[in-house]
Design a binder for this molecule. Structure first.
Ligand code: T5A
Length: 210
């Protein structure tokens, strides 16, 4: 019987270094001969990418309510799960996903959607397909804002104020505290090499029984 692949998600504030870490992990997985599908949310399928564009960059002077955002993220997630994540895991491919359901818990709850609503949606949408391991890249939002400045363009969440980003940080840390068996917090202000080393150490510890 084929061994099911492992499902790893990366979370954290904007500019925390998720994409940078994914590049490093991709090289290491290749070295270890582990087949991995690298993907992102919102997005990861053609339809979900369309939803991403609509959710993060709505037409000028248009905006979504917090609940609408939660529904959009979950709509994209369901398509992503059905067409990409579950088929990959069933074939024994590992999935490395840049953001997943914890981002909805953090961003949409800070935006005002009640936690019970978000959890009910999450349960209906992801079912049993929960991450085996979630790496949370944690850093002071003021430091991350400086990192992002060089990039220029901002989506609807990046454009929010520092207090919003501080609340997002607290929300991710609360998730890590509530689910310590699944989540590992990594200091995102370390060098990229040390962030990668910490991530690999967490992967080896948590998924050693693969
Ligand atoms: N969202 C998403 C919701 O509201 N609900 C949801 O359910 C979901 C899924 C998506 C947005 O959507 C929201 C949250 C987000 O606002 P995104 O595409 O994930 O956004 O975009 P970001 O999180 O903003 O991702 P970024 O690509 O901007 O940031 P990364 O990937 O975390 O950071 P990265 O690797 O691109 O690095 C940023 C910069 O820092 C440098 C890099 O070189 C780069 O210049 N850097 C470092 N510098 C020093 N030391 C390190 N260790 C560094 N690591 C990276």
């Amino acid at each position: 019987m084929t061994q099911s692949g492992r499902f790893i998600t990366l979370e954290g504030g904007e500019g925390a270094g998720k994409s940078t870490l994914i590049q490093g992990l991709s090289v290491e997985f290749q070295r270890r001969n582990i087949a991995v599908d690298i993907t992102r949310e919102p997005g990861g399928t053609p339809l979900a990418e369309e939803v991403r564009s609509l959710a993060l960059n709505p037409p000028e002077e248009q905006s979504w309510s917090a609940l609408s955002h939660a529904l959009l993220m979950n709509t994209a997630r369901r398509d992503h799960l059905e067409k990409r994540i579950r088929p990959a895991l069933e074939q024994g491919t590992w999935v490395l996903c840049d953001r997943f359901a914890d981002s909805t818990r953090a961003y949409q709850s800070v935006d005002g959607v009640p936690a019970e609503t978000l959890l009910a949606l999450e349960k209906a949408v992801i079912g049993e397909t929960k991450p085996d391991l979630t790496l949370i890249l944690d850093a002071d939002p003021a430091a991350l804002a400086e990192r992002r400045q060089a990039r220029g363009t901002e989506d609807v969440f990046e454009a929010k104020n520092l207090a919003f980003h501080q609340n997002i940080r607290a929300a991710f840390l609360a998730i890590a505290e509530a689910e310590p068996e699944r989540c590992r917090v990594i200091d995102a202000l370390q060098s990229p090499a040390q962030v990668l080393a910490d991530a690999l150490s967490a992967i080896d510890q948590c998924l050693a029984t693969v």
